[in-house]
Design a protein around this ligand. Structure first.
Ligand code: ZN
Length: 81
């Protein structure tokens, strides 16, 4: 007995050596999509935090260059160069 349209249905098909039906494939695709979305977001958030820290450290370490670059880009933005 396969419970079609569910994740366990998908695995049941596979266990029986069958190609999963469309409903079961749709269920597993949805599950994988949600999983990636959730875990991808968590990973991104952690990565963002680390990058922000690194940027702040760089800014402190190269304060003068940073200020120069800010001035340079600001000038570019206002088309002064
Ligand atoms: Zn099925």
């Amino acid at each position: 007995m396969i419970n079609h349209g569910t994740r366990s249905g998908y695995y049941a098909h596979r266990r029986l050596g069958q190609t999963p039906c469309d409903d079961c494939r749709a269920a597993i695709n949805e599950y994988v999509r949600e999983y990636r979305e959730k875990n991808g977001l968590a990973r991104n958030r952690a990565g963002e935090k680390v990058r922000r820290k690194a940027m702040a450290a760089l800014r402190d370490r190269y304060r003068e260059e940073y200020e120069e670059l800010v001035e340079e880009f600001r000038a570019e933005e206002s088309n002064l160069i």
